[in-house]
Design a protein around this ligand. Structure first.
Ligand code: THU
Length: 146
C-alpha cells in the first residue's frame, strides 16, 4: 500500500521532527508515556499536539486529537498526513506508537481513508507509513449518515 503514496508532497522528516518537538510538551504525570503528533494540512501547514492528562483520568486527550482539534478550530479541515511519535518519558523511543482507536475514528471523520497517510516514527530515520484504511478498515464515517 505505501508504495502508492506520493511522498514528494509529504515532508516526512519535517513532520517527524515536529512530532518529536511537540512530544516534549506532553503533560503526563499519570502514565509517564509521552506522545507527539504533527498533522499536515492540504495547504502544507503543520499543526502539532501532545497528550494532556488529567487527575480525573478520563478527561485526558491524545496527542493526535490535540493536533486535529487545533487544526479544525482554526479552519483547516483538509489534511494529507499525520506523524506520531510516542514512548515512555525520559527514554529514547524504542517502539512505534500507533494511534488509538478513538483517534483513528476522529481522523476518519475528516479524511478519505484510502488517501490519508499515517506515519509512526521512532526518529527521523526509523518510521513506518500506512494509509488510514489499513489501520481502520471498513470504518464508519459521515457518508454513512448522509
Ligand atoms: N496516547 C496518545 O497520546 N496517543 C495515542 O495514540 C496513544 C496513547 C496517550 C494517552 C495517554 O496520555 C498516554 O498516551 C498513555 O495511554
Amino acid at each position: 500500500m505505501s508504495e502508492m503514496i506520493n511522498f514528494e508532497e509529504i515532508p516526512v522528516k519535517e513532520m517527524i521532527r515536529a512530532a518529536l518537538e511537540a512530544r516534549k510538551k506532553a503533560y503526563t504525570p499519570y502514565s509517564h508515556y509521552q506522545v507527539g503528533a504533527a498533522l499536515l494540512t492540504r495547504e502544507l501547514r503543520i499543526y502539532t499536539g501532545c497528550n494532556v492528562e488529567n487527575a480525573a483520568y478520563s478527561p485526558g486527550i491524545c496527542a493526535e486529537r490535540v493536533a486535529i482539534v487545533k487544526a479544525v478550530s482554526e479552519g483547516w479541515r483538509k489534511w494529507k498526513a499525520i506523524a506520531i511519535a510516542g514512548g515512555p518519558e525520559g527514554e529514547e523511543i524504542r517502539q512505534f506508537a500507533f494511534p488509538c482507536g478513538v483517534c483513528r475514528q476522529v481522523m476518519r471523520e475528516f479524511v478519505n481513508p484510502d488517501e490519508f497517510v499515517v506515519i509512526v516514527a521512532k526518529n527521523t530515520e526509523e518510521y513506518k507509513i500506512y494509509k488510514l484504511c489499513e489501520l481502520l478498515p471498513e470504518g464508519f464515517g459521515p457518508e454513512n449518515l448522509a
